[in-house]
Design a protein around this ligand. Structure first.
Ligand SMILES: Cc1cc2nc3c(=O)[nH]c(=O)nc-3n(C[C@H](O)[C@H](O)[C@H](O)COP(=O)(O)O)c2cc1C
Length: 343
């Protein structure tokens, strides 16, 4: 039995295997209008043909100034829905499921004239100084996350991933070194994230699971550690997150305990959060050796494995991984390509 190739079900989402395409910004929007184009269409449809169980569309922003660059995807307007729908329909035709990562870059919005954040502390000396959001604006931001999620559901997604990692807005709110607010969003560092989760859940169909990406540890000096993340994830789980997607870092210039990139470098964090809270997790980070990905599932370190750079190199990563693990059957292969395999 190949564990990577076994089906997985969470609420109403049934996946044919445990392989996830991690969200990856393409910075390829043509008209700065947030709409995916033919590049995105081919990019996502190919990974569906390539056997991926769940595709997560790259960071897609809830307002124009929430983009890292003006070439990012966005869902701040209803007229962006059809372009996403076209990709989602194609992915479904090729027997894969698809979600979307909704986000706001906060102080890491590079093209925004004045980026916003929980505080006015910049990401680094090379970044613009952000403006601290007023309390009413924070509440408005929660509503913008909800509206983007509503549009994603209208476009036909099977799941939504809230981006709470890599130093973007939600991470900025729950990071003790970035959030120095004195209002309710500073007194409780998880409050913004919790409200976003609750607002998004309100408009999602009851059977649709909610994913959240989180940085398990920070890499700058005196950054938060796994204990803080487990506390956050407990609150986020209780607010409605069904699956955590465990990454790390991205909050600011790295210190002496900077990130590693060895095979499986983030798997121990995924396992720790799964064990502490009894929640399903997606592990990610240099897992493109099929044997390591297989071990991650077989050892119950994670419920799903996400691959990013490996899928940029090989859109058929999923099929090839299952083949290398000697689990490939005719059912895995697109009918049009069967003659290339001796099965
Ligand atoms: C080109 C590129 C773009 C990325 N964009 C995103 C993104 O939009 N959202 C996100 O959460 N992570 C993003 N990441 C991080 C990946 O999802 C993943 O966590 C990281 O690359 C580690 O996985 P890997 O070793 O399989 O590449 C990106 C990574 C790459 C290489």
């Amino acid at each position: 039995m190949v564990h990577l190739a076994t089906p997985y079900r969470i609420k109403g989402l049934s996946l044919k295997n445990r392989i996830v395409m991690a969200p990856m910004c393409q910075y390829s929007v043509s008209k700065r209008d947030g709409k995916p184009n033919d590049w995105h269409f081919v990019h996502y449809a190919s990974r569906a043909i390539g056997g991926t169980g769940l595709i997560i569309i790259e960071m897609t922003d809830i307002e124009p100034d929430g983009r890292i660059t003006d070439f990012d995807l966005g869902l701040w307007s209803d007229d962006q829905i059809p372009a996403f729908q076209r990709i989602i329909d194609a992915v479904h035709q090729h027997d894969a499921k698809i979600g979307i990562q909704i986000a706001h870059a906060g102080r890491k919005a590079e093209d925004a004239p004045t980026p916003v954040g929980p505080s006015s502390i910049p990401f680094s000396s090379k970044y613009k100084k952000p403006r601290a959001l007023r309390t009413t604006e924070v509440r408005e931001m929660v509503r913008k996350f909800q509206e983007a999620a509503r549009r994603a559901v209208a476009a036909g997604v099977d799941t939504i991933e809230i981006h709470g990692a890599h130093g973007y807005l939600i991470h900025q709110f729950h990071s003790p070194k970035i959030n120095n607010r004195t209002d309710e969003y500073g007194q409780d560092l998880s409050r913004f994230g919790v409200e976003v989760i609750q607002a998004v859940k309100q408009i999602m169909p009851a059977e649709m699971p909610l994913l959240m990406r989180i940085s398990a540890v920070e890499y700058w000096e005196d950054g938060y550690t796994l204990d803080h993340t487990i506390d956050l994830c407990r609150k986020y789980r209780d607010a409605g997150v069904d699956v955590f997607h465990i990454s790390s870092g991205g909050e600011g210039p790295v210190g002496t305990n900077g990130p590693s990139d060895h095979p499986g470098y983030q798997v121990p964090y995924a396992r720790a959060i799964k064990d502490a809270l009894g929640v399903p997790v997606i592990a990610v980070g240099n897992l493109d050796d099929p044997r390591l990905a297989e071990a991650t599932i077989a050892n119950n370190d994670a419920d799903m494995v996400a691959v990013a750079r490996g899928m940029l190199r090989d859109p058929y990563w999923a099929l090839h991984a299952i083949q290398e693990l000697s689990g490939l059957t005719k059912e895995h292969i697109p009918r049009q390509y069967l003659r290339a395999y001796s099965l």
